[in-house]
Design a binder for this molecule. Structure first.
Ligand code: HEC
Length: 137
């Protein structure tokens, strides 16, 4: 019993150390790696599509993301944005890759009061997604 729980403890400790290492590597290398739009599309299709269309003029729970990179923040006609995102639009102006990266990391933490709950904590995932969003023209 003692021996086996000690072993479990060691394994868990190693796993935790590995996770920390991965986080450190991910944070260090993520932005430097070439973004992969195909991987970004796969992630988009799995997650973002539930709430966002890529077609112009089609709003779902969230606004259409057609041509979102370089588009003014909170600017889709007919979409009822939260007051918070409308407020941010005055500061951020357009969705450039840096603002998308900040927003997607954790929308509700970055801009308390926005309506989007979905977060993309992994820097490489975000870079891939933003690369894919850049193709929606
Ligand atoms: C659970 C539903 C949901 C999911 C999943 C979701 N979003 Fe959203 N998204 C929203 C909502 C709602 C808004 C509007 C937020 C507001 O008005 O505060 C929004 C807003 C946005 C905006 C701002 C658009 C604009 O016109 O200013 C971007 C960019 C965005 N989402 C990207 C994404 C991406 C990329 C994903 C996938 C990683 C994603 N969203 C997943 C619901 C979602």
């Amino acid at each position: 019993m003692t021996a086996s729980s000690a072993k479990t403890g060691r394994v868990a400790g190693r796993a935790a150390a590995a996770a920390v290492l991965c986080l450190a590597l991910g944070a260090g290398l993520g932005p430097a790696r070439a973004a992969d739009a195909a991987a970004g599309k796969a992630l988009f299709d799995r997650t973002c599509t539930n709430c966002h269309s890529t077609q112009i003029g089609i709003n779902k729970v969230g606004p259409s993301l057609f041509d979102v990179v370089g588009r003014p923040v909170a600017s889709v006609q007919g979409y009822d944005y939260s007051p918070k995102l409308r407020e941010m639009a005055k500061r951020w102006k357009v969705w450039d890759p840096a603002h998308l990266d900040t927003y997607l990391t954790n929308p509700r933490q970055v801009l308390h009061g926005v309506r989007m709950y979905f977060a993309v904590p992994d820097a490489t995932d975000r870079a891939n997604l933003i690369s894919y969003l850049g193709t929606l023209k």
